[in-house]
Design a protein around this ligand. Structure first.
Ligand code: PEP
Ligand code: MN
Length: 340
Protein backbone atom coordinates (compact mmCIF):
# COMPACT_ATOMS: atom_id res chain seq x y z
CA UNK A 1 0.00 0.00 0.00
CA UNK A 2 1.29 3.46 -0.86
CA UNK A 3 0.28 6.78 0.68
CA UNK A 4 0.72 9.67 -1.74
CA UNK A 5 0.98 12.98 0.11
CA UNK A 6 -0.44 16.18 -1.40
CA UNK A 7 2.09 18.47 -3.13
CA UNK A 8 3.60 20.68 -0.45
CA UNK A 9 2.49 18.49 2.46
CA UNK A 10 4.27 19.56 5.67
CA UNK A 11 7.00 17.29 7.09
CA UNK A 12 4.94 16.95 10.31
CA UNK A 13 2.03 15.60 8.26
CA UNK A 14 4.31 12.94 6.75
CA UNK A 15 5.65 12.13 10.23
CA UNK A 16 2.08 11.74 11.53
CA UNK A 17 1.32 9.17 8.82
CA UNK A 18 4.50 7.24 9.65
CA UNK A 19 3.72 7.34 13.37
CA UNK A 20 0.18 6.04 12.87
CA UNK A 21 1.40 3.16 10.69
CA UNK A 22 4.17 2.22 13.11
CA UNK A 23 1.82 2.38 16.07
CA UNK A 24 -0.30 -0.23 14.27
CA UNK A 25 2.71 -2.54 13.92
CA UNK A 26 3.55 -1.67 10.29
CA UNK A 27 6.64 -0.21 8.65
CA UNK A 28 6.66 2.99 6.61
CA UNK A 29 9.29 4.01 4.03
CA UNK A 30 9.33 7.65 3.06
CA UNK A 31 10.44 8.75 -0.37
CA UNK A 32 10.71 12.51 -0.82
CA UNK A 33 10.43 13.81 -4.40
CA UNK A 34 10.69 17.36 -5.65
CA UNK A 35 6.90 17.71 -5.94
CA UNK A 36 5.54 15.03 -3.71
CA UNK A 37 6.37 12.66 -0.93
CA UNK A 38 5.16 9.10 -0.99
CA UNK A 39 5.08 6.65 1.91
CA UNK A 40 5.31 2.93 1.20
CA UNK A 41 3.63 0.72 3.80
CA UNK A 42 4.61 -2.83 4.68
CA UNK A 43 2.55 -4.99 7.03
CA UNK A 44 -1.06 -6.05 7.45
CA UNK A 45 -2.90 -4.18 4.72
CA UNK A 46 -6.36 -4.89 6.12
CA UNK A 47 -5.26 -3.37 9.43
CA UNK A 48 -3.99 -0.27 7.58
CA UNK A 49 -7.49 0.26 6.17
CA UNK A 50 -8.78 0.77 9.68
CA UNK A 51 -6.24 3.58 10.23
CA UNK A 52 -8.23 5.88 7.96
CA UNK A 53 -5.04 7.33 6.50
CA UNK A 54 -6.97 8.88 3.62
CA UNK A 55 -8.59 11.28 6.07
CA UNK A 56 -5.30 12.53 7.57
CA UNK A 57 -4.12 16.07 6.83
CA UNK A 58 -1.73 16.30 3.87
CA UNK A 59 -2.71 12.90 2.44
CA UNK A 60 -3.67 12.95 -1.25
CA UNK A 61 -4.42 9.31 -2.00
CA UNK A 62 -3.98 5.87 -0.55
CA UNK A 63 -3.27 3.35 -3.29
CA UNK A 64 -3.61 -0.35 -2.78
CA UNK A 65 -0.98 -2.27 -4.74
CA UNK A 66 -1.94 -5.87 -3.94
CA UNK A 67 -5.35 -7.33 -4.77
CA UNK A 68 -8.06 -7.02 -2.11
CA UNK A 69 -8.96 -10.67 -2.65
CA UNK A 70 -6.18 -12.87 -1.31
CA UNK A 71 -7.30 -16.47 -1.09
CA UNK A 72 -8.62 -16.55 -4.64
CA UNK A 73 -5.96 -14.34 -6.25
CA UNK A 74 -3.42 -15.60 -8.73
CA UNK A 75 -0.73 -13.36 -7.22
CA UNK A 76 -0.81 -15.34 -3.98
CA UNK A 77 -1.36 -18.69 -5.64
CA UNK A 78 0.31 -18.91 -9.08
CA UNK A 79 -0.74 -22.51 -9.76
CA UNK A 80 -4.16 -22.96 -11.43
CA UNK A 81 -6.64 -24.90 -9.29
CA UNK A 82 -8.59 -27.97 -10.37
CA UNK A 83 -11.96 -28.35 -8.66
CA UNK A 84 -13.31 -31.90 -8.47
CA UNK A 85 -17.07 -32.37 -8.51
CA UNK A 86 -17.80 -35.93 -7.39
CA UNK A 87 -14.62 -36.99 -9.19
CA UNK A 88 -15.19 -34.88 -12.33
CA UNK A 89 -12.41 -32.32 -12.79
CA UNK A 90 -12.85 -28.68 -13.79
CA UNK A 91 -9.41 -27.21 -14.29
CA UNK A 92 -6.55 -26.07 -16.48
CA UNK A 93 -5.78 -29.26 -18.42
CA UNK A 94 -9.33 -30.32 -19.18
CA UNK A 95 -12.60 -29.13 -20.63
CA UNK A 96 -15.86 -30.18 -18.96
CA UNK A 97 -19.34 -30.10 -20.47
CA UNK A 98 -22.13 -29.43 -17.99
CA UNK A 99 -25.64 -29.65 -19.46
CA UNK A 100 -29.22 -30.16 -18.39
CA UNK A 101 -32.54 -28.41 -18.09
CA UNK A 102 -32.78 -24.87 -16.83
CA UNK A 103 -35.37 -26.08 -14.31
CA UNK A 104 -36.48 -29.42 -12.94
CA UNK A 105 -40.12 -29.67 -14.01
CA UNK A 106 -41.06 -33.37 -13.90
CA UNK A 107 -39.15 -36.62 -13.34
CA UNK A 108 -39.50 -37.55 -17.01
CA UNK A 109 -38.47 -34.14 -18.37
CA UNK A 110 -35.42 -34.11 -16.09
CA UNK A 111 -34.42 -37.64 -17.05
CA UNK A 112 -34.86 -36.92 -20.77
CA UNK A 113 -32.79 -33.73 -20.48
CA UNK A 114 -30.07 -35.56 -18.56
CA UNK A 115 -29.95 -38.28 -21.20
CA UNK A 116 -29.62 -35.56 -23.85
CA UNK A 117 -26.77 -34.04 -21.83
CA UNK A 118 -25.10 -37.42 -21.59
CA UNK A 119 -25.43 -38.10 -25.31
CA UNK A 120 -23.68 -34.78 -26.00
CA UNK A 121 -20.76 -35.89 -23.80
CA UNK A 122 -21.64 -34.08 -20.57
CA UNK A 123 -20.05 -35.39 -17.39
CA UNK A 124 -22.05 -33.17 -15.03
CA UNK A 125 -25.73 -32.28 -15.20
CA UNK A 126 -27.37 -29.00 -14.30
CA UNK A 127 -30.97 -28.40 -13.24
CA UNK A 128 -32.62 -25.87 -10.95
CA UNK A 129 -34.98 -26.93 -8.18
CA UNK A 130 -34.95 -23.44 -6.63
CA UNK A 131 -35.33 -20.87 -9.40
CA UNK A 132 -34.50 -17.17 -9.00
CA UNK A 133 -37.18 -15.59 -11.23
CA UNK A 134 -37.59 -11.95 -12.09
CA UNK A 135 -41.36 -12.28 -11.75
CA UNK A 136 -42.96 -13.63 -8.57
CA UNK A 137 -45.69 -15.07 -10.82
CA UNK A 138 -43.23 -17.19 -12.84
CA UNK A 139 -42.48 -20.86 -12.04
CA UNK A 140 -40.31 -20.82 -8.93
CA UNK A 141 -39.06 -24.40 -9.12
CA UNK A 142 -40.12 -27.58 -7.32
CA UNK A 143 -37.91 -27.00 -4.28
CA UNK A 144 -37.11 -30.12 -2.25
CA UNK A 145 -39.19 -32.29 -4.57
CA UNK A 146 -36.96 -31.11 -7.42
CA UNK A 147 -33.84 -32.08 -5.45
CA UNK A 148 -35.21 -35.60 -5.02
CA UNK A 149 -35.87 -35.84 -8.76
CA UNK A 150 -32.29 -34.72 -9.46
CA UNK A 151 -30.99 -37.41 -7.12
CA UNK A 152 -33.05 -40.08 -8.91
CA UNK A 153 -31.82 -38.91 -12.29
CA UNK A 154 -28.23 -38.95 -11.01
CA UNK A 155 -28.81 -42.53 -9.94
CA UNK A 156 -30.10 -43.43 -13.40
CA UNK A 157 -27.56 -41.56 -15.51
CA UNK A 158 -24.49 -41.47 -13.28
CA UNK A 159 -24.20 -37.72 -13.83
CA UNK A 160 -23.34 -35.67 -10.72
CA UNK A 161 -25.66 -32.71 -10.13
CA UNK A 162 -25.04 -28.95 -10.18
CA UNK A 163 -28.01 -27.08 -8.73
CA UNK A 164 -28.74 -23.60 -7.48
CA UNK A 165 -29.41 -22.48 -3.95
CA UNK A 166 -31.06 -19.08 -3.56
CA UNK A 167 -31.40 -18.74 0.20
CA UNK A 168 -28.87 -19.22 3.00
CA UNK A 169 -31.59 -21.07 4.96
CA UNK A 170 -31.75 -23.77 2.24
CA UNK A 171 -28.01 -24.41 1.91
CA UNK A 172 -27.90 -27.44 4.22
CA UNK A 173 -30.86 -29.03 2.42
CA UNK A 174 -29.48 -28.41 -1.09
CA UNK A 175 -26.00 -29.55 -0.04
CA UNK A 176 -27.49 -32.84 1.11
CA UNK A 177 -28.62 -33.63 -2.46
CA UNK A 178 -26.28 -31.70 -4.76
CA UNK A 179 -22.73 -32.44 -5.88
CA UNK A 180 -22.07 -28.76 -6.62
CA UNK A 181 -23.93 -25.72 -5.32
CA UNK A 182 -24.66 -22.93 -7.76
CA UNK A 183 -24.88 -19.33 -6.62
CA UNK A 184 -26.78 -17.43 -9.29
CA UNK A 185 -26.04 -14.10 -10.86
CA UNK A 186 -28.70 -12.27 -8.87
CA UNK A 187 -27.29 -13.61 -5.62
CA UNK A 188 -23.61 -12.98 -6.29
CA UNK A 189 -23.49 -10.36 -3.56
CA UNK A 190 -25.82 -12.12 -1.13
CA UNK A 191 -23.07 -12.26 1.47
CA UNK A 192 -24.97 -14.44 3.95
CA UNK A 193 -25.53 -16.99 1.17
CA UNK A 194 -21.86 -16.85 0.15
CA UNK A 195 -20.79 -17.52 3.73
CA UNK A 196 -23.28 -20.36 4.04
CA UNK A 197 -22.05 -22.11 0.87
CA UNK A 198 -18.51 -21.48 2.08
CA UNK A 199 -19.27 -23.68 5.08
CA UNK A 200 -21.37 -26.31 3.31
CA UNK A 201 -18.57 -28.70 2.34
CA UNK A 202 -19.54 -28.85 -1.36
CA UNK A 203 -17.91 -27.28 -4.44
CA UNK A 204 -19.51 -24.03 -5.55
CA UNK A 205 -20.18 -22.48 -8.96
CA UNK A 206 -20.28 -18.72 -8.51
CA UNK A 207 -22.03 -16.94 -11.35
CA UNK A 208 -20.94 -13.40 -12.10
CA UNK A 209 -23.47 -10.77 -11.12
CA UNK A 210 -25.09 -9.30 -14.19
CA UNK A 211 -23.66 -5.86 -13.43
CA UNK A 212 -20.59 -6.86 -11.48
CA UNK A 213 -16.96 -5.97 -12.09
CA UNK A 214 -14.22 -8.59 -12.02
CA UNK A 215 -13.15 -7.30 -8.63
CA UNK A 216 -16.66 -7.58 -7.16
CA UNK A 217 -16.95 -11.11 -8.57
CA UNK A 218 -13.63 -12.15 -7.04
CA UNK A 219 -14.47 -10.50 -3.72
CA UNK A 220 -17.66 -12.58 -3.69
CA UNK A 221 -15.51 -15.68 -4.27
CA UNK A 222 -13.30 -14.49 -1.41
CA UNK A 223 -16.31 -14.63 0.94
CA UNK A 224 -16.71 -18.32 0.11
CA UNK A 225 -12.98 -19.02 0.37
CA UNK A 226 -12.75 -17.18 3.67
CA UNK A 227 -15.08 -19.79 5.17
CA UNK A 228 -12.58 -22.48 4.24
CA UNK A 229 -13.99 -23.60 0.90
CA UNK A 230 -11.62 -23.14 -2.02
CA UNK A 231 -13.53 -25.49 -4.32
CA UNK A 232 -14.98 -22.62 -6.30
CA UNK A 233 -15.44 -22.22 -10.04
CA UNK A 234 -16.23 -18.82 -11.51
CA UNK A 235 -18.97 -18.65 -14.15
CA UNK A 236 -19.23 -15.84 -16.71
CA UNK A 237 -22.88 -15.69 -17.76
CA UNK A 238 -23.15 -12.37 -19.56
CA UNK A 239 -23.44 -8.83 -18.29
CA UNK A 240 -25.98 -6.08 -18.79
CA UNK A 241 -25.10 -3.63 -21.55
CA UNK A 242 -27.08 -1.31 -23.84
CA UNK A 243 -27.44 -4.11 -26.43
CA UNK A 244 -30.91 -5.64 -26.54
CA UNK A 245 -30.25 -8.11 -29.37
CA UNK A 246 -29.04 -10.70 -26.88
CA UNK A 247 -30.36 -11.42 -23.40
CA UNK A 248 -27.05 -10.32 -21.88
CA UNK A 249 -23.67 -9.54 -23.43
CA UNK A 250 -21.22 -12.40 -23.03
CA UNK A 251 -17.99 -10.83 -21.78
CA UNK A 252 -15.58 -13.18 -23.44
CA UNK A 253 -12.58 -11.26 -22.08
CA UNK A 254 -13.77 -12.29 -18.62
CA UNK A 255 -12.34 -15.75 -19.28
CA UNK A 256 -8.66 -14.76 -19.71
CA UNK A 257 -9.09 -11.89 -17.24
CA UNK A 258 -10.46 -14.13 -14.49
CA UNK A 259 -7.74 -16.66 -15.25
CA UNK A 260 -5.05 -14.03 -14.89
CA UNK A 261 -6.51 -12.50 -11.72
CA UNK A 262 -7.44 -15.77 -10.02
CA UNK A 263 -6.25 -19.36 -9.83
CA UNK A 264 -9.84 -20.63 -9.88
CA UNK A 265 -11.34 -22.42 -12.91
CA UNK A 266 -13.58 -20.41 -15.23
CA UNK A 267 -16.84 -21.66 -16.73
CA UNK A 268 -18.95 -19.97 -19.41
CA UNK A 269 -22.75 -20.13 -19.68
CA UNK A 270 -23.55 -19.58 -23.38
CA UNK A 271 -27.27 -20.22 -22.76
CA UNK A 272 -28.12 -17.56 -20.17
CA UNK A 273 -25.80 -15.00 -21.76
CA UNK A 274 -27.06 -15.13 -25.35
CA UNK A 275 -30.57 -16.20 -24.41
CA UNK A 276 -31.07 -17.69 -27.88
CA UNK A 277 -30.66 -21.27 -29.03
CA UNK A 278 -28.84 -20.27 -32.23
CA UNK A 279 -26.14 -18.50 -30.25
CA UNK A 280 -25.27 -21.40 -27.95
CA UNK A 281 -22.85 -23.20 -30.28
CA UNK A 282 -21.06 -20.06 -31.55
CA UNK A 283 -20.68 -18.72 -27.99
CA UNK A 284 -19.48 -22.13 -26.81
CA UNK A 285 -16.80 -22.04 -29.49
CA UNK A 286 -15.77 -18.57 -28.40
CA UNK A 287 -15.65 -19.69 -24.77
CA UNK A 288 -13.42 -22.67 -25.54
CA UNK A 289 -11.14 -20.56 -27.73
CA UNK A 290 -10.80 -18.07 -24.86
CA UNK A 291 -9.70 -20.87 -22.52
CA UNK A 292 -12.87 -21.73 -20.59
CA UNK A 293 -12.45 -24.78 -18.36
CA UNK A 294 -16.11 -25.78 -18.79
CA UNK A 295 -19.38 -24.63 -20.32
CA UNK A 296 -22.83 -25.02 -18.78
CA UNK A 297 -25.59 -25.42 -21.34
CA UNK A 298 -29.40 -25.62 -21.17
CA UNK A 299 -31.05 -28.59 -22.95
CA UNK A 300 -34.73 -29.59 -22.90
CA UNK A 301 -36.64 -32.49 -24.48
CA UNK A 302 -39.36 -30.04 -25.57
CA UNK A 303 -38.20 -26.41 -25.33
CA UNK A 304 -41.62 -25.17 -26.54
CA UNK A 305 -43.14 -26.58 -23.34
CA UNK A 306 -40.33 -25.48 -20.99
CA UNK A 307 -41.44 -23.68 -17.84
CA UNK A 308 -38.24 -21.63 -17.83
CA UNK A 309 -35.91 -20.33 -20.55
CA UNK A 310 -37.24 -22.42 -23.46
CA UNK A 311 -35.87 -20.06 -26.16
CA UNK A 312 -32.27 -20.81 -25.19
CA UNK A 313 -32.63 -24.56 -24.63
CA UNK A 314 -31.02 -26.86 -27.19
CA UNK A 315 -33.13 -29.49 -28.95
CA UNK A 316 -31.98 -33.07 -29.39
CA UNK A 317 -31.05 -32.19 -32.99
CA UNK A 318 -28.53 -29.62 -31.76
CA UNK A 319 -26.59 -32.09 -29.63
CA UNK A 320 -24.36 -33.49 -32.35
CA UNK A 321 -23.02 -30.00 -33.04
CA UNK A 322 -22.49 -29.38 -29.32
CA UNK A 323 -20.69 -32.70 -28.91
CA UNK A 324 -18.46 -31.99 -31.91
CA UNK A 325 -17.57 -28.52 -30.62
CA UNK A 326 -16.64 -29.95 -27.22
CA UNK A 327 -14.54 -32.70 -28.75
CA UNK A 328 -12.75 -30.78 -31.51
CA UNK A 329 -11.95 -27.39 -30.04
CA UNK A 330 -10.41 -27.99 -26.59
CA UNK A 331 -7.31 -29.77 -28.02
CA UNK A 332 -6.58 -26.61 -30.02
CA UNK A 333 -6.07 -24.74 -26.73
CA UNK A 334 -4.21 -27.54 -24.96
CA UNK A 335 -7.22 -29.09 -23.24
CA UNK A 336 -8.93 -32.43 -23.40
CA UNK A 337 -12.64 -33.11 -23.02
CA UNK A 338 -13.39 -34.91 -19.76
CA UNK A 339 -14.89 -38.20 -20.88
CA UNK A 340 -17.72 -40.16 -19.27
C1 PEP B 1 -29.41 -20.58 -14.10
O1 PEP B 1 -28.30 -21.02 -14.41
O2 PEP B 1 -30.41 -21.31 -14.00
C2 PEP B 1 -29.58 -19.13 -13.87
C3 PEP B 1 -30.69 -18.65 -13.32
O3 PEP B 1 -28.54 -18.41 -14.26
P1 PEP B 1 -28.11 -16.91 -13.88
O4 PEP B 1 -28.03 -16.84 -12.39
O5 PEP B 1 -26.79 -16.78 -14.56
O6 PEP B 1 -29.16 -15.99 -14.47
MN1 MN C 1 -32.41 -20.34 -16.77
Amino acid sequence: MVVVMRPGAAPEQVDAVVARVEAAGGSAFVSRGVQRTIVGLVGDIEAFHALNLRAMPGVGEVVRVSKPYKLVSRENHPEATTVEVAGVPIGPDTFTLIAGPCAVETPDQTLQAALMAKSAGATLMRGGAFKPRTSPYAFQGLGEKGLRILAEVRQETGLPVVTEVVDAADVALVAEWADMLQVGSRNMQNFALLQAVGSAGKPVMLKRGLSSTYEEWLMAAEYIAQRGNLDIVLCERGIRTYEKGTRFTLDIAAVPMAHSLSHLPVVVDPSHSGGKRDLVIPLSRAAIAAGADAIIVDVHPDPTAALCDGPQALYGDDLAALAKTCRDLPPMVGKKLVEQ
